[in-house]
Design a protein around this ligand. Structure first.
Ligand code: ZN
Length: 131
């Protein structure tokens, strides 16, 4: 391959690349140091739009979730899944993601440990349970 990567990778591409390696990129406000999601454009504390990107290990604890019995397009092979909100271990912030293979609340007690394992173009972060 002679083709080189574009020099200015978009922040979304970077987010995806990090997610595929099990990490989460978050924005830290340059003004007040508040940590916010990468998809948010303004700091919710001081409304600044000047951020720096910080990567965190994409591991955390399940805070809440919704079980869906009908899998979305692209996941037809998955019978049911959970849309999970989890709190990162290294940072007091909640992130949401897609966890395949969950069909009842007994499959995923609150407080379960989960980690980011991949990123899907349409559905976002793909999660996995771990011990
Ligand atoms: Zn701020």
């Amino acid at each position: 391959m002679t083709q080189s990567k574009p020099k200015n990778q978009s922040s979304r591409d970077r987010f995806i690349e990090f997610a595929k390696n099990g990490n989460i990129i978050l924005n830290q406000c340059n003004k007040c140091n508040n940590i916010i999601l990468e998809t948010v454009y303004y700091c919710d504390k001081c409304f600044s739009s000047s951020f720096k990107q910080i990567s965190y290990i994409g591991k955390g604890t399940v805070v809440t979730y919704t079980i869906q019995a009908v899998a979305p397009e692209g996941f037809e092979d998955v019978n049911s899944y959970a849309w999970v909100i989890f709190k990162l271990d290294d940072c007091n912030i909640n992130v949401s993601g897609f966890l395949p293979g969950i069909s009842s609340p007994s499959d995923l007690p609150l407080g379960s440990k989960i980690k980011v394992v991949d990123f899907h173009e349409k559905h976002g972060l793909i999660l996995q349970k771990y011990q």
